[in-house]
Design a protein around this ligand. Structure first.
Ligand code: HEC
Length: 166
């Protein structure tokens, strides 16, 4: 019995060493190459999102005034809608944060393309509801859509597909 245990220990050692070596090699092969010139789409999508954020803020700021200006709200809502529709073209394969680029776009975008596309389409649909609310000229209707779009459009996508800042 003692002889058997000793034998197993000795026999197992090379196997463990081999597994460790394989594990190491696999990790190296998967490590991202240093990123070359960043694809233009990364800056384009970041500018596009920044503009979306600005338009969204412009709407919220108007709602905080005594007399919300619909000449600001309506074009801002349309701008958000137009820009959200551009998203499918701004995420070429291999432009994730994990690929080594200066971006908050997670690899989950390309691992779950259906989920990502669904998040885009949901947000586009909600931005249409925002446009409809803006067309009524009713600040309360717009306010309701700010909450709806912010939570179920923007945050819904950020939760799964954008790096968490905090
Ligand atoms: C379908 C997914 C998706 C939707 C919908 C979405 N975002 Fe984003 N957002 C992202 C991703 C991914 C990034 C990171 C982009 C990057 O760094 O390359 C981002 C980044 C941003 C940024 C930072 C831009 C920068 O780099 O300066 C802002 C601001 C932003 N989003 C606002 C919004 C707002 C407001 C909405 C809703 C009206 C929204 N987003 C809807 C996925 C989404």
């Amino acid at each position: 019995m003692t002889r058997n245990s000793t034998f197993r220990l000795i026999a197992a050692t090379p196997l463990i060493a081999l597994l460790a070596a394989c594990g190491g090699e696999t990790t190296d092969a998967e490590a991202p190459e240093p990123a070359g010139d960043a694809p233009a789409e990364i800056a384009e999508r970041q500018d596009n999102f920044e503009a979306i954020g600005d338009s969204f803020k412009a709407i919220r700021e108007q709602l905080e005034t005594d007399a919300p200006d619909f000449a600001v709200i309506e074009p801002a809502a349309a701008d958000i809608n137009t820009r959200l529709q551009r998203l499918p073209d701004l995420f070429p394969e291999g432009t994730s944060m994990e690929a080594g680029y200066d971006t908050e776009a997670l690899a989950a975008i390309w691992e779950d393309p259906e989920g990502f596309n669904e998040a885009i389409q949901t947000a586009v649909g909600l931005s249409e509801e925002m446009m409809a609310a803006a067309a009524t000229g009713d600040p309360e209707a717009v306010g309701a859509q700010v909450g709806n779009l912010g939570k179920n459009g923007c945050k819904n996508c950020h939760d799964s597909f954008r790096k968490d800042d905090d």
